[in-house]
Design a binder for this molecule. Structure first.
Ligand code: O2Y
Ligand code: MN
Length: 601
């Protein structure tokens, strides 16, 4: 694991040098490697993962330059219970975050960090979230002893010397410390394929823009640029500086006349965000292209509109359920240069996961055991992932790396609701849209803890990712809306998952969602009809393009039905939800709730 020689240090920035030196003194690694971000370096990282037994090469005839990594079975997903917002005041973390005092947390972690990288290489990873030099982008410097994390950062962010050059002598960078927490007695001591620690902490220090992560090597716990930086720390920075860091995909829509609209959309996990980000419209002449599938940073441009970038350069997508039917463009993206984590291995050296195709026979499951279809257990872990370069996506928009960003026309919220919530509605105003985002909810599926069907509120899909008090976050949305005034994007609420009384999905979803996107596009142009209802504006009769769609009789009226009783029944649960934010809940949201109650009658 320590094969790579140290490379030249390409910065004289005293703040960066001091940060790295302090980390070295604490972690006590065998050596330090400054990552330069080259392709050569990436290949060396993959080779070191294979040499260490963490990864294996896939069949190059099937998946060129791709590896399969299997993690420790106890290290397979983000650990929300062990994720902390360590603001100076507990009240700033709010009711939706775990909190610990920054000094106390740093004392705990400094003890765990002491010597934690013994026998290992400490990689220094300068990275940019967003196109280097973009006024919307932000820089981080992360140290880690995980070659897996570094290889993933290479795909997911812009890494290396050019980032240090862009940073110059500035001190405005996020400082990230990460260790798997598995020191070695010596560099030649026996290692395990996936070093990690039973003890895990994912700690954020919002005031000092620091992230301290311990014990996990997987995904969001270890790729500090993603959820930790681009959402939890960035949401705080965005509040302080007057911009928005959101858990949203970014999509470009082009109509048959060649006019373009940009849409950002927030959905909780398991609602098909990556699928929507890459959808192939079914309506003739319409085009959809991807700018991002997970995170969106938006700042005001000189013209007063909100401009968005995707801070990432890759997709860290859930593999199970991804198929040619559900997401053809993702499948095409995955042909080469991929890091697969915890998927199954076929006997011809390819990958497989549930929902991809007919099951292979036999295969090796994600826990390295032989597996046959019908064995009663999944071959891939439900949170198995692919890390894929965004540039490989066949429908990546040409402006996806534009440093200026793209002007956002519409923001979509959505969740998984079997009843009550219609296929699509348009908010009456930015403030009403903020209200809709603040009450976003999904019904629990069998995969989530809790009773199936129970509502889980996930405001703006930011519940696990907002780095401060969510009441203040709602207020930030309202404040930003007041600043942008009439130039703010229109807000819509969509629900692809409404069911008939018999429990059948009413809407085909997937590519057919383009019909809803068309209505949204045309609402932004002012050409599509809408009717006012108590819950917002719904498509007027005939405004939703259903040409060529085979939809059950009566399904459309049910999809667009305003279920007044259902909404009335929901009001107390919204009040209860709002009560959790105490005095920090903006009065404007209570006013919106009261107004909804009045409109429902
Ligand atoms: O489980 C993890 O470590 C990753 S979670 C994740 C990854 C990519 C995009 N979104 C998410 C999420 O939880 O929202
Ligand atoms: Mn996400």
């Amino acid at each position: 694991m320590n094969a790579m020689p140290p490379v030249e240090v390409k910065t004289t920035n005293p703040a960066v040098l001091a940060f790295v030196e302090e980390a070295r003194a604490l972690f006590k690694p065998e050596n330090v490697r400054w990552c330069n971000g080259t392709k050569w370096e990436y290949q060396e990282l993959l080779k070191s993962l294979v040499d260490a037994g963490t990864a294996q090469w896939l069949n190059p005839a099937k998946r060129p330059n791709s590896i399969l990594v299997r993690s420790d079975p106890a290290d397979v997903a983000r650990v929300e219970d062990q994720t902390f917002i360590c603001s100076r005041s507990k009240d700033d973390a709010g009711p939706t975050n775990n909190w610990a005092g920054p000094d106390e947390m740093k004392r705990t972690l400094a003890q765990l960090y002491d010597g934690a990288m013994a026998g290992r290489t400490m990689y220094v990873v300068p990275y940019s979230m967003g196109p280097i030099g973009s006024p919307i982008a932000g820089i981080g410097v992360m140290v880690t002893d995980s070659a897996y994390a570094v290889a993933n950062m290479h795909i997911m962010t812009r890494v290396g010397d050019r980032v240090l050059a862009a940073l110059g002598q500035s001190t405005d960078f996020v400082r990230g410390l990460h260790t798997v927490g598995y020191p070695l007695a010596s560099p030649s001591a026996a290692d395990v394929p996936w070093p990690c620690n039973k003890t895990k902490y994912i700690s954020h220090f919002p005031e000092t823009r620091e992230i301290w992560s311990y014990g996990s090597g997987y995904g969001g716990n270890a790729l500090l640029g993603k959820k930790c930086h681009a959402l939890r720390i960035a949401s705080v920075k965005a509040r302080d500086e007057g911009w928005m860091a959101e858990h949203m995909l970014i999509l470009k829509l082009t109509n048959p006349e060649g006019r373009v609209k940009y849409v950002a959309a927030a959905f909780p996990s398991a609602c098909g965000k990556t699928n929507l980000a890459m959808l192939v419209p079914t309506i003739p002449g319409w085009k959809a292209e991807t700018l991002g599938d997970d995170i969106c940073w938006m700042k005001f441009g000189a013209d007063g509109r909100l401009y968005a970038i995707n801070p990432e350069t890759g997709f860290f997508g859930v593999a199970p359920g991804t198929s040619n039917e559900s997401n053809l463009n993702a499948m095409k993206t995955l042909h080469a240069n991929i890091i697969y984590s915890n998927v199954a291995l076929t006997d011809d050296g390819d990958v497989w996961w549930e929902g991809m195709s007919e099951p292979p026979a036999p295969a090796i499951d994600w826990m390295r055991r032989s597996w046959t279809p019908g064995s009663g257990r999944p071959a891939a872990h439900p949170n198995a992932r692919f890390t894929a370069p965004a540039a490989q996506c066949p429908v990546i928009a040409k402006e996806w790396e534009d440093p200026a960003g793209v002007p956002i026309d519409a923001i979509l919220f959505g969740g998984r609701r079997a009843s009550v919530v219609p296929l699509v509605s348009e908010a009456l105003s930015w403030r009403h849209g903020t209200f809709l985002g603040s009450i976003m909810a999904s019904e629990k599926t069998a995969a989530a803890a809790g009773k199936v069907g129970e509502l889980r509120r996930d405001p703006m899909a930011m519940l696990p990712f907002c780095g401060y008090h969510m009441g203040d976050y709602f207020q930030h949305w309202i404040t930003v809306g007041e600043k942008g005034g009439s130039k703010m994007p229109k807000i819509f609420y969509v629900n692809w998952f409404r069911k008939s009384p018999e429990g059948k999905f009413l809407w085909p979803g997937y590519a057919e969602n383009s019909r809803v996107l068309k209505w949204i596009f045309e609402r932004c142009e002012g050409t599509a009809g809408a009717v006012d209802t108590p819950i917002g504006k719904l498509p007027a009769e005939g405004a939703l393009d259903l040409n060529g769609l085979n939809i059950a009789p009566g399904a459309l009226s049910e999809l667009l039905r305003v279920d007044r009783d259902g909404w009335r029944t929901e009001l107390p649960s919204i009040r209860e939800h709002f009560a959790t934010f105490g005095a920090k809940l903006p009065a404007a949201l209570n006013e919106e709730l009261d107004a909804l109650g009045q409109r429902l009658g």
